[in-house]
Design a protein around this ligand. Structure first.
Ligand SMILES: NC(=O)c1ccc[n+]([C@@H]2O[C@H](COP(=O)([O-])OP(=O)(O)OC[C@H]3O[C@@H](n4cnc5c(N)ncnc54)[C@H](OP(=O)(O)O)[C@@H]3O)[C@@H](O)[C@H]2O)c1
Length: 314
């Protein structure tokens, strides 16, 4: 297939690109800068210069593609969220337009945290009601907008990624928590740390996008979680162990003073979105190393070595 990937230069998009090429596909990746172009070329992809607001570029590339994977998203927390939603909706419309009635896939990205947690601590499915507490709960509007394209005969589907996509030494919130622990000289968790969250290895996440491009039906949502059992205490302990800093339970208020309100609200939102549907309907088989092992002895070693220096200096 010829696959057009937005967000191809990002943490997950890069792995999607690499794996798609390894599977024999031709990847055209949206890129905003020369360094992005160079990185995509090095992966064997063709860079396409543009922004999410370059609607003509998005339309042209989508028209030539056999599948479109939309992973780009504006992660500027200071920006007006209404504007972010509008940019995304317009981009999705431009990507979807040439795909109408073709049966070609448009796979978009969302978050498993958009589903309300089960009040009894169990797992949730894609049918769970929307969360009223998630920090970025309004992203559900991006998801709904994308799904509405299925009424217009676009084979659109949504992958809901968990709060922690990890692996290859990267991502956002896990490295941020490691950095905070190094700076504070201790790894903390709020209350008793029994709250559970979801995670997925980045290679497994990438594979799911490619499976959805091939097999997902129009209007379907899939939780892209590898595990739903990780406790925040276990994560804090793994971070403390590798950084060689003490691990401590704190109140939520103290967590806010160390992490800030945004990160605390993000971390403290329970999430156990089960992947059963993706496994059964798409044949997805997540097999990446688990996150705690990856922190302790896997891909985060270089980051850990740097952060240990920070914690010594502090
Ligand atoms: N990582 C996670 O743990 C996680 C969890 C849940 C959901 N997600 C979602 O998964 C998707 C991919 O995330 P990621 O972790 O790979 O994020 P990332 O590393 O921040 O990458 C974001 C990508 O979007 C591109 N982008 C941002 N603004 C753009 C704009 N205005 N025009 C064109 N491209 C733009 C970036 O381009 P540049 O390289 O030029 O900046 C980059 O390619 C996103 O939708 C994200 O919200 C991620």
């Amino acid at each position: 297939m010829r696959i057009f990937v937005t967000g191809a230069t990002g943490y997950i998009g890069r792995v999607v690109t690499e794996r798609a090429i390894a599977q024999g596909h031709d990847v055209y990746g949206l890129s905003r800068r020369e360094d992005g172009d160079a990185m995509l070329r090095a992966l064997g992809a063709t860079p396409v210069r543009g922004e999410l607001t370059s609607l003509d570029v998005l339309r042209q590339e989508s028209a030539q593609a056999d599948a479109v994977l939309h992973l780009a998203y504006i992660h500027d927390w200071a920006m007006d969220y209404e504007k972010i939603l509008r940019v995304d909706a317009d981009a999705v419309d431009a990507l979807g337009d040439p795909l109408r009635g073709t049966g070609k896939a448009l796979v978009t990205t969302s978050g498993s945290g958009l589903a309300a947690a089960d009040p009894d601590g169990g797992e949730t499915s894609e049918d769970a009601p929307p969360s009223q507490t998630a920090v970025l709960k309004d992203r559900i509007r991006s998801e709904r907008h994308a799904l509405s394209l299925s009424d217009d005969r676009v084979r659109v589907s949504v992958i809901r990624l968990p709060p922690y996509v990890y692996g290859r030494g990267g991502s956002y919130f896990l490295p941020l928590l490691m950095q905070k622990a190094a700076e504070n000289g201790e790894s903390i968790y709020a209350d008793d740390g029994s709250l559970r969250t979801s995670d997925v290895h980045v290679d497994d996440a990438a594979e799911l996008f490619l499976l959805a491009a091939q097999k997902a039906k129009a209007g379907e949502v899939f939780n892209g979680t590898g595990s739903t059992s990780l406790t925040l205490k276990a994560m804090a302990e793994a971070i403390g162990a590798v950084l060689q800093v003490p691990v401590r339970s704190v109140s939520r208020e103290e967590a806010e003073t160390k992490w800030g309100e945004f990160l605390t609200a993000f971390v403290q939102d329970p999430n156990r979105a089960a992947n059963r549907k993706a496994v059964e309907q798409l044949g997805w088989q997540p097999k990446g190393v688990d996150m705690l092992t990856d922190i302790k002895s896997g891909s985060y070693q270089a980051m850990v070595a740097k952060l240990r220096q920070v914690s010594k200096v502090e």
